[in-house]
Design a protein around this ligand. Structure first.
Ligand code: 5AD
Ligand code: SF4
Length: 478
């Protein structure tokens, strides 16, 4: 009996040793949520005996966390997959896994389309990775793309990958219920659900204990965060009044985080104009440690286009919201996402977008040509009828206008003092530090005796359209 046990243990040990010597390499594409998810994946895979590597050549398992938001993002991933063919020829045991939105969108079709892929895992199925990896190591391919009603990975402690040790992302919601007609996200990331505030606070506490100085609360639509004990956002209406009363919305969560961690800088992304409440803006203004910065995508300045996009607000409502933000927080930084060349977008619609930008003068923005996504409402019902040339010209016009506005905004800082959290060395010079002010604008200044992770006051003396350049004048007391 005891001999049998020993043999069994020996076998286990050998298996463990084999597993322990394996290395995984992970690469992320797309939004911040994907980068945060990769840290969850790294944690799950590490607990299964794999060790992380940043060297592709020594990897036994390559994972690509993919994005489907635009066709270009998918093409980039396909090209990257192609480049692994050579590696696989050299290392017959190498396995390649595709995670994230492309995995969810293409499901097992991926295995046929890209022969190099062994593993396909959607955004809600990462806890199944240990089983799926066993499958592929036994020579089979493996797929799990089941979307969940409640998976938030709240109980997984992410492993911070390529972190600066100072700033980190913390997911607070998953999925999206908005169904903007152009967007593939509701299909690839499923229904909206919120994470238990206790597990959010626990993760932030771990970060604070490890000396992190800034967190960004992440969700596709943070303003619709709602914790009432778990479950889908859409089911909130069915619960009792008592439970509704004790529920926690985004402004309450922000308050909770700000009060629990008074020395921590807090950011959040992304806000949705239709869900952003006055309470959130007031909470931001009441707590010094919540950064005065809002990423508030609008997508278009034309009511006709907003309607066709199924955005639940008008141009006027959006402008009213901006006015409210600027009244309560005059120095608030605001950025946008804009899509140009949406089906049927006329010259007049395009002019309305330029006009909206002129009125707001955003600090910065992310601008995209419309890319038709299979399966979306717009993909099915509207003709992608704006010529590529026209899309290109319109995109350039909004980029040029944004550059002008960014320049206008950065120039306003000249001669002023901004508080900067030092994050890393400046890309342009190893004699300079780089960080951001609370409005999320990059600030660079001579290193002197300061260090990464410190809050300093910087006097701005020049700028480009994207960067403030200055001189540190001392520590900022937190
Ligand atoms: N085409 C172009 N841009 C898109 N976005 C989302 N879907 C599309 C699409 N089909 C942009 C939106 C969104 C950002 C994350 O990506 O501006 O806010
Ligand atoms: Fe996509 Fe709209 Fe949801 Fe943003 S809010 S993820 S654009 S559906």
């Amino acid at each position: 009996m005891s001999v049998g046990l020993e043999v069994k243990n020996e076998k286990l040990e050998t298996k463990k040793e084999q597993v322990i010597s394996k290395r995984f390499y992970i690469e992320s594409y797309g939004c911040q949520m994907n980068f945060a998810d990769s840290e969850v994946v790294a944690s799950i895979v590490s607990n299964h005996g794999y060790v992380s590597t940043t060297d592709l050549n020594e990897a036994d398992l390559i994972l690509l966390n993919t994005c489907s938001i635009r066709e270009k993002a998918e093409l980039t991933v396909r090209k990257r997959l192609e480049s692994f063919n050579k590696l696989k020829k050299h290392n017959k045991k190498l396995k390649v896994g595709v995670l994230g939105c492309m995995a969810e969108r293409l499901k097992d079709k991926f295995l046929d389309e890209e022969k190099i892929v062994d593993l396909v895992v959607g955004p809600d199925a990462y806890k199944d990775l240990p089983n799926l990896i066993e499958e592929i190591n036994d020579g089979r391919s493996a797929v799990n793309v089941i979307l969940s009603k409640d998976e938030t990975y709240g109980d997984v402690s992410p492993i911070r990958l390529s972190s600066n040790g100072v700033t980190a992302f913390v997911s607070i919601t998953r999925g999206c219920d908005n169904m903007c007609t152009f967007c593939v996200v509701p299909f690839t990331r499923g229904r909206e659900r919120s994470r238990d505030p206790k597990s959010i606070l626990k993760e932030i506490q771990q970060l604070v204990d490890s000396n992190y100085k800034e967190v960004t609360l992440l969700g596709q639509n943070v303003d619709s965060y709602l914790w009432y004990g778990g479950g889908l956002k859409k089911d909130f209406g069915k619960i009792s009044d008592l439970r509704k009363k004790s529920s926690i919305d985004f402004s309450k969560l922000l308050k909770l985080v700000a009060e629990s961690f008074p020395k921590l800088r807090i950011r959040f992304s992304t806000s949705n104009p239709q869900d952003m409440s006055l309470n959130v803006i007031k909470t931001m203004s009441s707590y010094k440690n919540i950064c005065n910065y809002i990423h508030l995508p609008v997508q278009s300045g034309s009511d006709d286009v907003l309607k066709a996009m199924n955005r639940q607000h008008t141009r006027k409502e959006y402008l009213t919201l901006i006015k409210e933000i600027k009244t309560i927080i005059p120095e608030c930084g605001i950025s946008h996402d804009m899509i140009t060349g949406f089906p049927n977008e006329s010259e007049e619609d395009h002019k309305l977008t330029l006009d909206l930008m002129d009125e707001i003068k955003y600090d910065f923005g992310y601008m995209f040509k419309y890319s038709e996504r299979p399966g979306t409402y717009a993909g099915k019902k509207f003709d992608d009828n704006i010529a590529e040339e026209v899309k290109k010209i319109r995109l350039q016009e909004i980029i040029d206008l944004q550059r002008k506005h960014s320049s206008y905004r950065t120039n306003q800082y000249i001669g002023k003092f901004v508080e900067v959290l030092i994050e890393k060395e400046s890309k342009k010079s190893n004699l300079f530090w780089s960080g951001r002010n609370e409005q999320n604008t990059v600030v660079v200044f001579p290193k002197e005796f300061y260090n990464v992770g410190e809050f300093v006051n910087v006097e701005v003396n020049s700028c480009t359209s994207a960067t403030l350049i200055g001189q540190a004048t001392g520590y900022s007391i937190k």
